[in-house]
Structure formats: C-alpha cells, structure tokens
Design a protein around this ligand. Sequence first.
Ligand SMILES: Cc1ncc(COP(=O)(O)O)c(C=O)c1O
Length: 358
Amino acid sequence: MASRTVPLVDLGKQHAALRPEIDAAIAGVIDSGRFILGPEVATFEEELAQACDAKFTVGVSSGTDALLLALMALGVGPGDEVVTSAFTFFATAGVIARLGAKPVFADIEEESFNLDPSAALAASGSQTTALMPVNLYGRLASLPKTDIPIIEDAAQSVGCGTPRGLAAGYSFFPTKNVGALGDAGAVATNDADFADKLKLLRTHGGRPKYFHEAVGGNFRIDALQAAVLRIKLRMLEDWNQARRANAARYSELFAGSGVEEVKTPQDSPEHIYHQYTICVPKRDELRTHLKEQGIATEIYYPQPLHLQECFSDLGYKAGSLPNTEKAAEQALSLPVHQHLDADDQEYVTKQVAAFYGK
Ligand SMILES: Cc1ncc(COP(=O)(O)O)c(C=O)c1O
C-alpha cells in the first residue's frame, strides 16, 4: 500500500474552490437562453485576448478545431505541405492531413523538446504553405526567421504571451492549464483580416446567415463553456505561477538528490509548465515503480507521429528523427499542477531517487 497518492491533475480541488461562481455562471447562461455565440462568447473572447496579449481571439469547439480552422483560413489544401514536429499530440498533424495537405516532420531540439527552427527551414520547400511549431509542455518554441506563415500549436501554452506568428491555437481540454468542463478551444491572432476569416469559417462561411461566401464548418465554442472559462481565466496567472514554482522546486530537489540519471527540463522565463517532463533511462520501469507508490505519471508521447501507422505512406522510418525518437523513449511527465504541495513533491523526488538506488 502506497503511503501517499499524488494525482497527475486535481480537478476536484480546482473546482471545489470555484464551484459557487461556476454554478452561478451556468445558471446565468441557462436563464439567458443564449447557448450559441451571443454576449457570453463575445466577452470571453475579449477577456481571453487581454489575458493572451492578442488583438483578437475566436472561441472554437476544441484545440483541434482551433488548428484546423487556422489552417483553413490560411487556405491550406491538397498539394500543400505544412512543416511541424512529430513529438506532439496527434491533432497537430491530423488537421494537416484532414485538409488533404502533407505533414512534413522535422526533428526537435533535444533540450527544449520543440521543433528545431533550422531543421524546420531545411524541411521547407516550394510547396510549404505553413510552419506549425508546437509549444510543447508550455514552453515556447524558438521560431525561425521566415516569410512562411506560422501557426503556433499553443494548445499547451495558454498565457505564454502574444501569438508570435500569424495565429496561435489554444486548447481548453479539461486538464489543460485552463480547462473547460468539456471540449473548447480558441484561435488568437493580431491580424484583423485573419480574425475576420476565422469568424466567417467558424459558422459555415455564411455571411449574412444562409448566404455562403466560403465553405467553413461548425466550429463554435458553447456559451456554457465560455461562461465557465471566463471564471477560470481570472486564475490563469496565479495558476501558471504556481506551476512555475512547483517546477523550480522539483529541479532543486532533483539537483540535491544525487540522482544522475534524471535530466530535468530546461527552464525559460515564459515556461508555464503544462507538464514537468524529465528524461530518464529505464523510463517504463520507473513509471511502474511510481505507480506502485501511488504517484501518477504520463508519457507524452510514446509513439512519435512520423512512425504512426496512419502516416506510413509518408516514408519515414525509425531513425529518421533521432531527437524525437529519443524523447519518445525517455520522457516522463510528473505531477506539477497548481494544487500540489511541497510534501507531495518531496515524496515524488524521493521515490524517483529510490528507484535509481539513492
Ligand atoms: C499539442 C496539442 N495539440 C493539439 C491538441 C488538441 O486539443 P483538443 O484536445 O482540445 O482538441 C492538444 C490537446 O490535447 C495538444 O496537447
């Protein structure tokens, strides 16, 4: 029997503190009868734009749809290539393929886990219509200097600052740093024309209603989710700071533990630690040991996208992207959520150290 339980996220604690406000917000939407777009969504978009230092944001149905919509607004389609990372959640490349375009995978930097800007440029060619770097684990990817439009997969980096390319796609999946009570997402941009295109395509390209100048889809965020997210957004800065403090404490504890096997993540000033991810040998055995000690961990991501069965026709093989493949073998994410306390973290580091015989 483990002496302690440390969950990967603690939505129970998060919601308990905000429950009266959340209940009131939900009741407010029900009473208003405005479930689709309307004032709740408009206000959410303004508040999100402020929180993300963006000129415009467009609320959508998920992080996946945020990326899909951004690529649609850019006009990505058959014959186009989009250069991205293979060390990411499937959605990043899935949306490229769904539009009939070709995902082109470039390797990541070993230290940051993010797309290597020079590898991304080297993989770009005359067919490249966009670059899609991923701000993995809440750490901003370095961007190459290029005229190719950049769509950031910022699903894990809400609150890291302004979109640095043409647009950034956010996810509000429940376990993200700011999570909805279901699926939700948003696209942020500083380009007024692009924001207008996003809004048009979000509702089937119809303007006015029933007159369609383009083929879009139904990518709308629910007003109920927008209302709940408005409450949680007020906590974003504090929650991200708490995650940063937890990450700093882990790195200090590991540095003092005498365990040489653990490679702690490289910090950066805007890192918001959606995940605190270490690289270790015997990763899967360590994970089993931690599970037995009551500690939840996760592997983001065990199979890189260039080696997924559905992309086998793209011609990549084991060895194509060495840093990506090494990360997939060694990365392990530890609990770093804002409700973790110092005792939890000491327990986690002690258990990791014990596994390596310290
Ligand atoms: C890197 C990355 N991209 C895209 C997504 C897709 O977001 P969602 O699950 O909200 O569709 C996620 C979240 O799961 C993600 O982590």
